[in-house]
Design a protein around this ligand. Structure first.
Ligand code: F0G
Length: 384
């Protein structure tokens, strides 16, 4: 099992500055399938599209890509004797913590992990993941943004390794998502659009920087369009880009409301400064505006997730958010009907089964504003 030949390590030269391969932690992450969407679903959406199933990573989300590289770097530091007894910490809405705890447990006892989660805002499946991996799990009253403040304080004042996407090694590993798309489409990114949900904004940061690196190296000629999607219940990035004049834009954190795209329920994304710089650079390099942010409703997220599930795709609410965003972006002209979209299916449906259950039981708390649609609940034969 040679990591150099597998998953994200196929691009190990780009997961630089130094990643000696004997330090690489490989648990099967990366190299996830790109699956063309069912024809009925494409017709309903009115555009050609694929899902890239990052829910098929070891901890069932895309976060494994960045944890593999971040923990490889820690392993390198351990091997060199630069550090010993590492305590890795992160704030999380449930997926970063699952991945962090999993990869840290591989290096146990040299690495231990502690994860901070917003109380009652991660699903039981997500809560079981770090517990199963032996992490210290802290439930914090409040939302993700409150957890983030605590770990930022910890990482500034104590000797801990921060595993949130502020850690540059996380982004380096997550860039492999873009490399795989480029490779999968034979490096032809003309007329392609990559659609991804945006929460703490590490994912969209990595997607943009990955494509920019391939572009720099001359591996791809065209930069694909990038569409970030946010729920109207957690939309700070969308709001920021509503102002067309870059000079007049001003970032304001938002107070989040309960969202079925719960892992992206973040009002003050930690990667926002990087996003602002990268979006400007990406558009400049493309010679036109190629990065957009779209907003969708909670109802649209749930409905599109279930339509995808009905048609053979195990996407979770965040995949539903992508699909709803694709439809909205097509309607608003941000994506043209003749383009081909690649949707980031960031996690496996089973992680968020509770929301599906609430939909079918018709007992969503009113703050979500979701009403189950008859055609999705009662008439399974009526696909789409
Ligand atoms: N989709 C899923 C399934 C996620 O878990 C996340 C983020 C996102 C999308 C948004 O990605 O934050 O890079 O913009 N989850 C983090 C966590 C915040 O703690 O699990 P992002």
């Amino acid at each position: 099992n040679i990591p150099a030949l597998n998953g994200i390590y196929r691009y190990h030269e780009l997961i630089g500055p130094v990643l000696p391969l004997d330090a690489a932690v490989f648990l099967g992450e990366g190299h996830t399938p790109v699956v063309e969407a069912n024809a009925r679903l494409q017709k309903k959406a009115g555009i050609r599209f694929y899902f890239k199933n990052d829910g098929q990573n070891p901890s069932a989300s895309f976060k494994d890509r960045g944890m593999a590289s971040a923990l490889s770097y820690i392993r390198y530091l351990l091997q060199q004797g630069y550090v010993s007894d590492v305590l890795a910490v992160c704030a999380s809405t449930g997926d970063t913590s699952a991945a962090a705890a999993l990869y840290a447990s591989f290096l146990h006892p040299d690495v231990k992990s502690a994860v901070l989660l917003p109380h009652k805002r991660v699903t039981p499946q997500q809560l079981s993941q770090p517990l199963g991996s032996g992490a210290m799990v802290f439930e914090v009253p409040g939302v993700f943004d409150d957890c983030m403040k605590i770990v930022e304080h910890l990482s500034e004042h104590y000797n801990v390794a921060l595993l949130n996407s502020k850690n540059a090694w996380r982004i380096l590993g997550q860039e492999s998502y873009s490399y795989e798309i480029a490779q999968g489409f034979e490096y032809d990114m003309a007329g392609k659009a990559v659609v991804a949900p945006v929460g703490n904004a590490g994912n969209i940061t990595a997607i943009m920087s990955g494509f920019l690196k391939f572009h720099d190296l001359g591996i791809i000629e065209d930069l694909p369009r990038i569409v970030g999607v946010q729920s109207e219940h957690a939309n700070p990035v969308y709001k920021y880009y509503l102002e067309p004049d870059p000079e007049k834009r001003c970032f304001e954190p938002v107070q989040v409301k309960p969202s079925v795209a719960q892992a992206a329920m973040i009002g003050n994304p930690v990667s926002m400064p990087r996003v602002i710089r990268l979006v400007a650079e990406y558009n400049r390099r493309a010679g036109q505006q190629k990065v957009f942010v779209e907003e969708v409703t909670e109802q649209q997220i749930m409905d599109w997730q279930l339509r995808a599930n009905r048609n053979g795709h195990v996407v979770c609410t965040h995949g539903g958010e992508c699909l709803a965003g694709l439809v909205a972006a097509k309607k608003s002209g941000k994506i043209a009907a003749d383009e081909t979209a690649i949707l980031d299916s960031t996690a496996h449906a089973l992680k968020f089964a509770d929301f599906q259950q609430m939909y079918f039981d018709n007992n969503f708390p009113p703050e979500y504003g979701i009403i189950p649609r008859d055609e999705l609940v009662n008439a399974p034969e009526l696909v789409c």
